[in-house]
Each structure stands twice: as C-alpha cells, then as structure tokens.
Design a protein around this ligand. Sequence first.
Ligand SMILES: Cc1cc2nc3c(=O)[nH]c(=O)nc-3n(C[C@H](O)[C@H](O)[C@H](O)COP(=O)(O)O)c2cc1C
Length: 358
Amino acid sequence: MRLAQSTAMINHTGFTIGPIHIDFPVTLAALAGYSDAPMRTLARHHGAPYTLTEVILDKFILDLAKGKKMRRYLHPEAHPVGVQLMGINSPTLAEAALRTVELGFDAVELNFACPVPKVVGKQRGGRLMADPELAIEIFSRLRDALPENIPLTAKLRRGFGEEYYGKNGTPREVLPSSAQDENCYRMLDGLYNAGAAAVTLHGRFVRQRYRGNADWNFLTQVREYLDDSLVLLGSGDLFTADACVRMLEQCKVNGVTAARGAIGNPWIFRQARDILEGRPAFKPTRADWAALMREHYELTASEYGEQIACRVFRKFTVRYAMHYEPPCEEITMEMVRTAFSAVETPEQWEEALSRFYD
Ligand SMILES: Cc1cc2nc3c(=O)[nH]c(=O)nc-3n(C[C@H](O)[C@H](O)[C@H](O)COP(=O)(O)O)c2cc1C
C-alpha cells in the first residue's frame, strides 16, 4: 500500500481518532506508573485534549476485582480518554477490551512498543515489532471484536532493533537497517488496512529503550509515505512545548504525544497552545506551581486516600522539583527534592509545599 506522497499540513485545530474529534494536536502519552486518573484529569484541566492510561495487560484487567485497583486503572474521566492494552491472546484481549468499553473508555490502543525485557521475553509489547504479521493479526481480530464506533489505535516503535555491542559487552547503539524499516512499513500498512484509527510512532528502536535520540527524520519519512487521510502521531524527545511544536512542523505529523515532558510539567499543553496560536508561552510563577501541585495532590488524595496519596505523589513531586527555580542562594533544588522525597503524611506534604512554594 505505497500510497500517494503526503502534502499534509499541520492542522492546529487537531485531528480525529475514528468518530472522536481531538481539538488540539498535543496529547498526553501513555506512561506506566504515571498516567493514572489524577494525572490524566490534571492534564485535561491544563489543556491536553486527549489522554491515555498506562499500558495494561489484558489478563490483568480480567483478574481485577471490582475494587480499588479496578478504579485506579479503569477509571475513565475527563473524556475523551483511551485505554492502552497489551496482550497476544486474541480472545482474552477482546474480553478485556470490551470490559474497558463497558466501563466507558472512548478508544482502545494496542501496545507494540513496550521495551521492558520481561514483556519482550514473553513475546509481548515491543517484541511484536519483529513479527509484523502476528501483530497485524492480533490487531485485526481485536478490531473485529470491538463495536464499530470504538476506535482502535496502535503504539509502535520504529523497529525492534539489533543491538551493536561495544568492546566491554555493553550495548552501544542500535543500527538501523533496511530490514527493520521494511518491518515497520509492513506493520503500518497492515494496521491501517485493518482499520487503525491512528498510529503513534516512537522514533526509537525497542532495543534502544530510551537511549540515544528519537529519529524524527524517520517520522517525517513515514508521514510522507502514508496517505494524507491516515492519522499519524509522533513520539520521542518531546521535553518542552517548543519541541512539540517543532515535531509538528518538521515531521508534519497530525499530532504529538507528550510523555516525559509532561511528567511534573502539565503546563506543556497550555504552552504549546500559546506557541501554536502565536502568543508567548505561559510562564508559571511559583504561586502557579503551588496551585497546580495542590490540585494534583488533591486529585491523587481523592483517588487513593490521603495516606497512599503521599506515597504515590512522591515520584511526581520529584519531577515538579526539577522545574523549581530557587528564590535565593540558601535554597537549592536538591533541598526541595530531598524534602518532598521524605514526605510520609499529608501534614508533611503541606509543610514542604508551603516552605518552598508559598
Ligand atoms: C516512565 C515511562 C513510562 C512509559 N509507559 C508507557 C506505556 O505505558 N505505554 C506506551 O505506549 N509508552 C510508554 N512509554 C513511552 C512514552 O509514551 C514515549 O513514547 C517515550 O517516552 C518517548 O517520548 P519522550 O522521549 O518524549 O519521553 C513510557 C515512557 C516512560 C519514560
């Protein structure tokens, strides 16, 4: 399916995922350990037009009791929101996906990108980049099992990758090859033919994990290869709003998915909106940061309960601390990070916040 060369322009008014109109091209990526219901809600409040859950194993969904855990993972809010699933057994995948649709998720995404060795070792996630035919079959079967109005999307990497080992045996780089690229194009052809409403492509190889840079040139080539009518989202090295806008302009993708750049910085969506609409990017004050962190904490506390929230929230405060601008020489970022990392109770959390932010 080598289709006509694309002349796609960036559409600042967004794109569609099947019947869902996403009104802005910078969305929240799936982020294991982070894109829980509070983070997704916060991102939506601050300008993300669409969010995804972290990747969830089909079997895990089927095993979940309808208790608190169910709520944490399968809690659609601030629509439109998609659920990202992983699995290789079509019947269980279909059952899990249908359960998430019943719960109210607006779209389902299949993960063919996860690089975690345990996942890859079980032939799941990113391992399927090395087996396009199987990936396409799994995708097609799930497409057939879902109601027509529920869009199915896919997350890919640019290939599985062969690692090149340095003298001391540590992985040095992953070499691109035409066979790898062929696999990726076969995946894309097969997935769109099978009805993919959108594909998100992370421009790194699976074996690369997060090392090295994402290959934006590859994204550009893929966008040029695909027909204009097909929706392609880009991922990789989107650490700032500027980078999001640059990827949109350079690669001509329909949208981008902010990942590490959105952890501890939900302003990225608002800032990208400002830049795309010709305004200077919003610069939050310390008071803005404090209000944002309080909002995030309150969402987390109402989701998990106060005590658990303190633990869950620690990893976020460490990320927030990375953006902290000390008001005087006596305060360092390290002090902020250390204080938040030690928080055990709601009182300690409030004390740390008041001390450094109010
Ligand atoms: C902590 C962490 C968790 C991630 N979890 C997922 C996930 O559950 N599903 C997924 O498709 N990608 C996941 N990713 C990949 C990101 O969505 C994104 O593709 C990748 O980080 C590249 O974007 P970035 O360089 O802008 O961070 C994860 C990445 C990180 C750093």
